[in-house]
Structure formats: C-alpha cells, structure tokens
Design a protein around this ligand. Structure first.
Ligand SMILES: Nc1ncnc2c1ncn2[C@@H]1O[C@H](COP(=O)(O)OP(=O)(O)OP(=O)(O)O)[C@@H](O)[C@H]1O
Ligand SMILES: [Mg+2]
Length: 261
C-alpha cells in the first residue's frame, strides 16, 4: 500500500450531491477531516447527516462528487471492503447479539482483519491459532480501555444501555479503523453517561490515534468534544470551523431557531 503524506486529510468530501428522485438530500457538500481530529456533523432534522454517513460507509453512492479516503475515491471500493480500508461504524440502534457474551460480541468485530480462509480455519492450522490469540489479546486490551473487563462473560441482555453502547464501541474498534463513524452515540444516554462518553471519545482518540466523525444532536457534547464542526441545513453545508465559530455562525443560529419555531 502506498504511504500517505500525513499532511493530507484522511477524508476529503468533494462536492457530494445525493438525489432521491426529486429530493436533493445533499447538495454539493465539501469538507475535509484531518488525521486524529474529532469532527462533529450537525444540522436540523432532514439536513442530510445520515445520507452523508451512508455515503461514507458506502451504502449510498453520490449522484455527483467524490469522497476520498487516504487519497483514494471510495466509489472504487465495494461496500464489503469498507471496513478493511479502515472505516468503522456504530449504528444508531444497538446492533449487538444480545444473548452472546460481551467478549464474544467484541470478538465478532475482528472478523474483517483475519486473513485466513475457510479451509485453514477448518483444519485449525497454526497460523489460525496465532490469529485467534492475536484477536483475543486485542479484545482484552479494548475491554480494558472501555472498562468492560468486569462484565466480559455476561450476556449483553444483562447490561444497562450505556454499558451495552461501550460494547458496540469495542466491537467497532476491533476492526482497527482509522476513521470511526458514530451515529448519535449519545442517543438514549443519561446526563452522567453523556459526560462519560465525552471522556471516552477523547481517550480512544488519543490512545488509539483515531479520527472520529460523529453525527449528534446533543449540542453540548458536540461542542465540547469536537475539534471541528460541520453544519448542514437542507443538504447544504452552512458552516465549517471550530465549535465556537460554528455555534456563533448566523446561518447556524437561524437554522436551529427556525427548526424550533
Ligand atoms: N432513501 C431515501 N429515499 C428518499 N429520500 C430520502 C432517503 N434518505 C433520506 N431522504 C431524504 O433526504 C433528506 C435528508 O435526510 P437525512 O436522513 O440524511 O437527514 P438527517 O440530517 O439525518 O436527519 P435526522 O436528524 O432527522 O436524522 C430528507 O429530506 C429525507 O427525507
Ligand atoms: Mg439522520
């Protein structure tokens, strides 16, 4: 694989337009994300946030424009290669195996990183066993990082919602993403859990040198945790800058006041 110039953005969204029939869900949206940054993506209902997210995880293909990940257009990769490229995501609704243990749920996330094939697995060749060791070591590390060691053997169905959310994080991190996409991670969390989430995002960003893009309605969280905030309204980018800049931007104020009125 070609070595990337570290000064290049990790993600470069260029003039992305997505149309569904007569609806323009995204209209010429461009922005870039630096390596290691936490970027918040905000906007009122229907602004196009989920549509953009779905383009990034390759569920949708833009009608126009391009998305470069490490300099390579995402359109060139099939959807099933996205995790292997280094883009991981969590879902707005928990997508865990509820009767399985925390540990097994986390292990499932390492699947896209295993290189061995069906026959090697069936024969339990030494390389496969080494691979299993590596994955289980990594699962232990991530469970320690996310404070899940004490519940490792418990089924997910036993856990409070906030803890189950951390299991989903650990699973997404097992694929060793360079870019982690989080879809409303604060949804359903109480006040204390949101504060814990903020600290957790900072911790995984620095310890795993991760780049994070989060779609989030919880303004307090977005403004406190993000290095950069991108605001959309009716499919267009209306602001892009530091949290303070975006919060004070007249179009952002108008979009949110208008949405509340
Ligand atoms: N698959 C689809 N088919 C048709 N229209 C769609 C589709 N997905 C989204 N849209 C439309 O595109 C626009 C943007 O929707 P999107 O879901 O991206 O907004 P959002 O910013 O995620 O909103 P919310 O905050 O409510 O989740 C909306 O007008 C929506 O109705
Ligand atoms: Mg949405």
């Amino acid at each position: 694989m070609a070595v990337q110039d570290p000064s290049l953005p990790l993600l470069d969204v260029r003039g992305v337009t997505v149309r569904f029939g007569g609806i323009t869900a995204l209209d010429g949206v461009s922005f870039a994300i630096a390596r290691g940054a936490i970027t918040g993506l905000i906007g009122p209902n229907g602004a196009g946030k989920t549509t953009l997210f779905n383009c990034l995880s390759r569920l949708y293909v833009p009608t126009e424009g391009s998305i470069l990940f490490e300099g390579t257009p995402l359109e060139q990769s099939p959807a099933h290669r996205i995790a292997a490229l280094g883009i991981g995501r969590t879902f707005q609704n928990l997508a865990l195996f509820r009767t399985m243990s925390v540990r097994d749920n986390v292990m499932v996330g390492g699947h896209c990183r295993t290189g061995s094939g069906f026959l090697a697995n069936a024969l339990r060749l030494p390389a496969v066993r080494r691979e299993e060791h590596r994955l289980s070591d990594q699962a232990e590390r991530l469970m320690a990082l996310l404070d899940l060691q004490d519940v490792a053997q418990r089924p997910v169905s036993d856990l409070p919602f906030g803890t189950a959310k951390r299991v989903e994080f650990a699973r997404a991190l097992m694929s060793e993403p360079k870019l982690l996409l989080l879809d409303e991670p604060a949804g359903g969390l109480n006040h204390e859990e949101v504060d814990g989430l903020r600290q957790l995002l900072r911790r995984i960003q620095s310890e795993l040198r991760l780049t994070i893009l989060l779609v989030e309605h919880h303004m307090n969280l977005v403004m406190r945790v993000s290095d950069q905030v991108v605001a959309l309204d009716f499919g267009r980018k209306i602001a892009d800058g530091t949290p303070a800049e975006v919060q004070a931007h007249p179009d952002v104020v108008r979009a949110y006041l208008g949405a509340e009125a």
